[in-house]
Design a protein around this ligand. Structure first.
Ligand code: ADP
Ligand code: ASP
Ligand code: MG
Length: 407
């Protein structure tokens, strides 16, 4: 039989959360193989395994070494690939599982957020040729020192996109627990609508602002190499969402999605002297300490003293607080305050570029909900607000309704 082409399929943690779901994935994969496709399957760790492993590490040491974290977290995906291979064998087809190291996913040396440098596809191609379904552990690679690395949370998406590019796959499918990309997180707003097609730029913005359905870095790679992605459900046969370069919409849409992120924290450095070099010092120390800063706000000073607030990933707040306390005296700063009780809500859409008044409308919708905005930041195609965490769901629902996304 003539081959139909090569398909890369990624199944997320929710799709392989238990033996029944693993068997469901096996059936799905086997279906494609029987239709004549060569299939490369990328799998994530079962269910919440990665979170559980992180929690376990923290019980042993609250500041675990990043190398050992990678050693630990990579085991999650190693379990899934073996189990999926066994499930496929049970259905009578040939399948072989691999770790990132075994299939030559070479990365740089930055543990827990490594970048892929190169993929050596010789072994995968050989196994495909001999008729195997090839199963690859997502989220992991090996660095130039032969140490195991991981690709950042959600990194199995990146494994799949990178393999699709490297193997020149005809299709790249991301299977998850929802039917595609929605106008907002359907877990928060059940009235969210599935989007048929979305551009790389919009998806990248949504992912960076907290829509965990796709890892942001995987979209960067897809955009760079023009890899179309089909996001769909592992529990339904329905077509999902295509993530592509350009989308032709009948009517111009101003806002195409709403995101929320509850995993940020705000740090405020109070009573800083209002003089050159202060901000430079703060953000240089943070970047040298490996903390990436998101939003920054400096208050207007009336008293020659000023406050600077910034947001970071909540997981990085202990490290950021430590750094700030260390340089506090040198800066001549007052109190350092940490606030974990915040969330970010954002609206995203390429149509915003050509429509004035979108920001004003967003602020008005939040005001009508009596929601106070603590920080604001904008990009070409998004506007984000930091608000109190307990108000974020109401904010998402109001924005979703008022920007007409239920239609
Ligand atoms: P997987 O385990 O398959 O990698 P994730 O949990 O990483 O799945 O991502 C899927 C989840 O992303 C969905 O269950 C959904 O709640 C959430 N999500 C957030 N924003 C969106 C969105 N705009 N569209 C679809 N899903 C979203
Ligand atoms: N298991 C990893 C995580 O939870 C990678 C992934 O799911 O994509 O982040
Ligand atoms: Mg994911």
């Amino acid at each position: 039989m003539m081959g139909k082409g090569l398909i890369v399929q990624k199944f997320g943690g929710s799709s392989v959360a238990n033996p029944e779901r693993i068997q469901n994935v096996a059936k799905r994969v086997v279906g494609y193989k029987k239709q004549g496709y060569d299939v490369v399957v990328v799998v994530s760790a079962l269910g919440d395994t990665t979170d559980e492993l992180i929690e376990l590490a923290n019980q042993i040491n609250t500041e675990p070494s990043e190398r050992e974290m990678d050693m630990l977290l990579s085991t999650g995906e190693q379990i899934s690939v073996a189990l999926l291979a066994m499930a496929i064998h049970k259905l009578g087809l040939e399948a072989i599982s691999f770790t990132g190291l075994q299939v030559g996913i070479l990365t740089d040396t930055s543990h827990t957020r490594a970048r892929i440098l190169k993929i050596d596809t010789v072994r995968i191609k050989k196994e495909l040729k001999s008729g195997n379904i090839v199963i690859v552990a997502g989220f992991q690679g090996v660095n130039t020192n032969h140490d195991i690395t991981t690709l950042g949370r959600g990194g199995s998406d990146l494994t799949a996109v990178a393999l699709a590019k490297e193997l020149k796959a005809d299709e790249c499918e991301i299977y998850t627990d929802v039917e595609g990309i929605y106008t907002t997180d359907p877990r928060i707003e059940p009235k969210a609508k599935k989007i048929k097609e979305i551009t790389y730029d919009e998806m990248l913005e949504m992912a960076s602002l907290g829509a965990q359905v796709m890892q942001a870095r995987s979209i960067e790679v897809a955009k760079k190499f023009d890899v179309p992605i089909h996001v769909r459900s592992s529990l339904s046969p329905n077509t999902g969402t295509m993530i592509i370069r350009e989308v032709k919409r009948m009517e111009e849409v101003v806002v195409s999605g709403i995101t929320l992120n509850k995993n940020e924290a705000k740090i405020t450095v109070c009573d800083l002297p209002d003089k050159p070099g202060v901000a430079a010092k703060i953000f240089k120390e943070l970047s040298e300490g490996g903390v990436s800063v998101d939003m920054i706000v400096q208050n207007v000073s009336h008293t020659r003293k000023t406050d600077i607030s910034f947001t970071i990933a909540k997981t990085e707040s202990p490290r950021a607080m430590k750094i700030m306390k260390k340089v506090k005296d040198e800066l001549g700063a007052g109190e350092i305050l940490q606030d974990d009780d915040i969330a970010r809500v954002a609206i995203v859409g390429v149509g915003m570029k050509s429509h004035p008044g979108v920001a004003a409308k967003m602020f008005e919708i939040l005001a009508n909900q009596k929601i106070n905005i603590e920080m604001i930041s904008t990009s070409d195609i998004s506007i984000s607000c930091i608000i109190k965490k307990k108000t974020v769901e109401a904010a998402v629902k109001a924005l979703h309704l008022e920007f007409g996304l239920e239609k």
